[in-house]
Design a protein. Sequence first.
Length: 280
Amino acid sequence: MAENHRAEVAAGKRFRFGRNWARFLERVGDERILQARLSLCRTLGVETLAGKAFIDIGCGSGLFSLAARQLGAQVVSFDFDPESVACAKKLKQAFFGADLNVEDAWRISEGSVLDREFLAGFGEHDIVYSWGVLHHTGHLWQALDNLAPLVRPGGRLFIALYNDQGWVSRYWTLVKRLYNHSRILALLAVIVHLPYPFLASVALRALSGRLNAERGMSAWHDYIDWLGGYPFEVAKPEEVFTFFREHGFVLSYLKTCGGRQGCNEFVFQRPPLAGLDSAR
């Protein structure tokens, strides 16, 4: 797995997300962790995840795995990027290193959401979480299809996917390819796009009183992730809705980015089996 990842990075086919997350972790403190917990609770409509099985697909920095664990969930985290896996392990050691039961309560591994045999080893979960990840696999719809069996009856699927903006999305696809082609082109992309989207986004947040990035994230590291994030795919909200309706899921939450750049958020529920407590 690690060898495949290194080969794709060397060929300019994949952004080093884990390296960006490692830098982000240097800025993670109590406030960002609190915002991550609040984000999960707000979107899922809960105050706790005690007794819930939570799987974080493409765990990145590990921040939301940590948030779920602090909310009481039994957590599984995995990522295709070995540097991201290292980030999650670092957070686990920092916050739950002394917990004798943490090995079972928070498991971290390296793997791909495109590997069905790998996924089959995890069973079913109450919360299947994958925020801003699946559009970077290179096979978005296969990845979405692979998620369905991970959600137990009555469980929920919480995902965020890049919005399809037509020709604008094709422009950003080109930028991301060039960014990963060479360091010089990466630097040029950073400089050229500083006015938009980075400074424009920061200014908008400041004017609206939300200077700090949402969900405990960092505006700068999100910017680098946006410019370099490749592979890159997009989807329209109605396409995602239709896809999961055909898989038997019900949409319980939707937050769009208003047709602009960014992610649309979805929470789908798998209907409970007859006689099964849907509140599980």
